[in-house]
Write a protein that binds this ligand. Structure first.
Ligand SMILES: Cc1cc2nc3c(=O)[nH]c(=O)nc-3n(C[C@H](O)[C@H](O)[C@H](O)COP(=O)(O)O)c2cc1C
Length: 390
């Protein structure tokens, strides 16, 4: 059992000790210089929230309604591939946690557990994340499988037409499926608990595409896997075709440009997830929070706005909501939790952020998360950001 961790940062520190170096780097790393990783945090931290006093905050409501479904929390688990590399069974532990906490969870195309198993464990709380591959039949079968498994929200990731260049993974020689080198063996020997648990459970697989005909069965570097799995020619016309094929809610994940958000609304998307993929794709673009107000002002309520990238504290959810995002997904906090202590660590990640959120709302004098708006932001506190010149 994992001792009580105070924060997501503490979970990260524990995961760093427990995981082999190459596995920790896979979760923790970003693209190239990783400046977007740092900027993701700086953007949230720059926004000062101004409290109101003498408000009865004995009852606080954190629930939100999205795509016709009620969620108890305004945050959930971002889709992450190969999550069972953090600890065996992580995908299912998180899916069960999502059902229990009534929060959404993204099931990745590249998950290490099948989309059907995640859907079953999440009891109606799972959203399917699609990477559109060049193999049209495979995409079509994934959509059919997702619908049959009960998914009604599709997160279509649109920020990965070219793979992110993650220097740490290149240095570490990470390949999927995993083929250990001598360096990896030494790394594994230094982390016997992880190594034994992972060997016993079997190395994580690309569970949505197993079998002899899978285009992903041989060992290839991670960037090559991304290149094969994600088409680089998918465009707005293709999106329109996908829109007419998918009968559920459709959310574009990874938009950072207000002009694109206008096109997304015109194409009939139900939601826009403002995201820089946690700083794992481009290293020189904006943070999600920086562009959120301009996207909000363009969309004008015609689609739901969601956000991810860099959220580590409960107050970050309030900052994001103040600029227009009603739901946030967290990626690494749950990966750190799993690495730190399996299912228990995942729970601690969720409960830490939940506690911080409820306390921050109370401290700010806000009883209902849905009532958070820009008036909470101390004017000028975000003066470094482009939106403050509006
Ligand atoms: C290890 C890892 C794997 C990821 N895999 C996917 C994926 O398969 N599909 C996807 O759309 N996003 C993927 N992402 C991006 C997340 O969905 C999300 O955008 C990002 O983690 C949010 O930033 P945060 O980690 O700072 O919370 C991945 C992120 C991480 C850290």
């Amino acid at each position: 059992m994992l001792s009580r961790m105070a924060s997501v940062e503490d979970l990260r520190a524990r995961a760093r000790r427990r995981l082999p170096h190459f596995a920790f780097d896979f979760f923790d790393g970003g693209a190239e210089t990783e400046s977007n990783l740092r900027r993701n945090r700086a953007a949230f931290e720059a926004v000062t929230l101004q409290p109101r006093a003498l408000v009865d905050v004995s009852k606080i409501d954190t629930s939100v309604c999205l795509f016709g479904q009620d969620y108890a929390l305004p945050f959930g688990v971002a889709p992450m591939g190969f999550l069972n590399l953090a600890w065996p069974g992580t995908d299912l532990a998180l899916a069960r946690l999502a059902a229990e906490k009534r929060m959404p969870i993204g099931a990745s195309t590249a998950a290490s557990t099948s989309l059907e198993a995640i859907a079953e464990a999440a009891e109606g709380h799972a959203w399917f994340q699609l990477y559109v591959s060049t193999d049209k039949d495979w995409v079509s079968s994934l959509l059919d499988r997702a619908w049959a498994a009960g998914f009604r929200v599709l997160l279509l990731t649109v920020d990965s037409a070219k793979p992110g260049k993650r220097d740490r993974d290149i240095r570490n020689g990470l390949q999927i499926p995993f083929r250990p080198t001598l360096g990896h063996m030494l790394d594994l020997a230094r982390h016997p608990r992880w190594s034994l648990a992972t060997l016993k459970a079997g190395l994580p697989r690309f569970a949505n595409a197993v079998g002899p005909n899978s285009p992903f069965s041989s060992a290839i570097p991670l960037t090559e896997l991304q290149r094969r799995m994600i088409s680089d020619s998918f465009d707005w016309e293709d999106l329109k075709r996908l829109r007419s094929r998918w009968k559920g809610s459709l959310v574009l994940k990874g938009l950072l440009n207000p002009d694109d958000s206008r096109l997304a609304v015109a194409a009939g998307c139900d939601g826009i997830m403002v995201s820089n993929h946690g700083g794992r794709q481009i290293d020189y673009g904006p943070t999600s929070l920086e562009v959120l107000p301009a996207i909000r002002d363009t969309v004008k309520g015609r689609a739901e706005l969601l956000i991810d990238s860099g959220i580590r504290r409960g107050a970050d959810l309030i900052r994001a909501k103040a600029y227009g995002a009603s739901m946030a997904l967290l990626g690494r906090p749950f990966a750190y939790g799993a690495g730190a202590g399996g299912a228990d660590g995942c729970r601690q990640a969720a409960e830490t952020v939940e506690t911080e959120l409820t306390r921050a709302l109370g401290q700010l004098g806000v009883v209902d998360f849905n009532r958070v708006d820009e008036s909470l932001v101390l004017r000028g506190s975000d003066s470094w950001a482009p939106w403050s010149n509006r």
